[in-house]
Every structure is written in C-alpha cells, then in structure tokens.
Design a protein around this ligand. Sequence first.
Ligand code: SF4
Ligand code: SF4
Length: 287
Amino acid sequence: MNNRHVTATVSKVLNFSCVDGPGNRLVIFLQGCNYQCKNCHNAHTIGLCDHCGDCVSPCPSGALSLVKGKIHWQADQCTHCDTCLAICPRQSSPKTAEMNVDQLITLIHKHHLFLTGITVSGGEATLQLPFIIALFNAIKNDNELKHLSCMVDSNGSLSVTGWEKLLPVLDGAMIDLKAWQEDTHRYITGRSNHRVIQSIEWLTKHDKLEEVRLLHIPSITDYEPEIEVVGHFLKSLPKRTTVRLNAFQHHGISGEALTWEACSKAEIEALAAKLKQKNIDTIYRAP
Ligand code: SF4
Ligand code: SF4
C-alpha cells in the first residue's frame, strides 16, 4: 500500500554519500535510537525532543523560539555552533524536521539522475518502520525512481516480524555488530546482541545482507580473543556481504568512552590480518 502522508522525525538528509551503502546514495537520517552506545559519535540523535525550550535562550544567534509550545528552528539564522545540542537534557536536537513521504519523494526526484539508491539510517532507522515501508513502496511504484535500490542502515535490533514487513520493499541492509560476547555488547550499547545476530542470520537467509560492520575498540571489543568463532560466523555470510571494520576514534564522543584507547592503524590492520587468515576479506579505513 502506498501512503505518502506517513511522517518521520528526520535529523538530517545527505543528498549524496558514497559511504552509506553501494554507489552514490541519498541518505535520510532518522531521529531516535533504542541503544545507548557509550561510543556514540552523534549522541544528539538518540532522544526525541519534548519541546521543553531549554535550548532557546542559550542559542547565540536567536535561531530558536517556542511557537505554540513547539520548538521552532530558523535554519537561515543558525550558525551551527551546536550549543543547543550540548545543552539538551534529552540527547536530542531542535534542528530535526517532521517530513512525510511525499516531501522526500520530491527531494529524491531532484537528485535521482545522480543516484544509485536511497539509504535510511539513524539514530536507529527501524524505530520508524511504517515510514520506511511507505517510502520504499513509493519509490518502487514511481517510474522515474524504481531503479533506485532501497537500503537500511541499522543496529540490528528489529524483530523478525519487523524484517518480514520490510522484506517486500527492501534491497539490502547494513548491520552493526558492535561486539561478539553478549556481556561486551551490553556494556557498550546497553542492550543484548541476540537480536543483532538473529537479524544478520535472517537477512542472510533472505539474501538481503549488504554489509556487516565490526567496531574495533582495542581494549574493549572482543573479536580477537573470539577470532575462531567470529571467523566461522562471518564465513557463513552470503557472497554479496561486505565485512567492514571500523576503527574506534574519539571525535564526537563524551564520557567514559573518552578514556578508551583509540584504534591505531596497526591495530585495525592486525584484526584484518587475523580475519584474512580465516579467509575473511574485509574492508577498512585506517585511522
Ligand atoms: S546550532 Fe543550535 S545553538 Fe547554535 S545557532 Fe544553531 S540553533 Fe542556535
Ligand atoms: S532540543 Fe532538547 S533542549 Fe531543545 S526543546 Fe527539544 S528537548 Fe528541549
């Protein structure tokens, strides 16, 4: 069913990206996440604004106001100093927008000649599943857009029931596996990784797993001590799946994670070499 009036809370739209899935992609970042990752680089995308107004007077540019009890952001006055993000008690931002499918389809039409596909990312994109399904449906029913691949970038916490709803309009998913052992995953994200493993296996079975990302935090994550079982697991993934290694760095993070050692070039290369010994090809960007 096509429902072009379904809305989502959008934190940002990138008209072109070559790092959020294959080819050149328009990326829609949705606000809100169900994880509390200590290493989050964009913590202001985790929470939903409750229009408390605490960010209005600290804004040095007068870009914020409360209008009929709702926060109002004037983009043309904003200098992107990010004072409001630092001040927000809800890990949110006044710079989000409610956008419906129709508005995004209009935007995609402007850029479609230069695009390979659309990625919906976050926050955690799948928390706004009805919007994603409505958007992908609209793309696939539009003669000018139906060649664009429709992908999600997710923490893998969606249930199998949710993936089943998305399946008819999904071309691929990029999933973060933030640690192998459940305790380690819970320590980093606040949540178990059972759903993540389940999502990876379900997407594998339906040939929709575009990419798996492993985050390497040298003193924290556990891929190297678990290399036998991690290697075995990655070996079972489909041929189409890219295994990407992400090297933990400090930019954009705060709190306890700032005390963690950043991942060096030698450390990310060492993990890649250990996986190579298990016949797993990986891609990574050395810091
Ligand atoms: S980033 Fe936030 S605080 Fe800074 S000018 Fe823009 S709205 Fe105001
Ligand atoms: S962005 Fe944060 S501080 Fe500003 S109104 Fe919303 S909840 Fe309050």
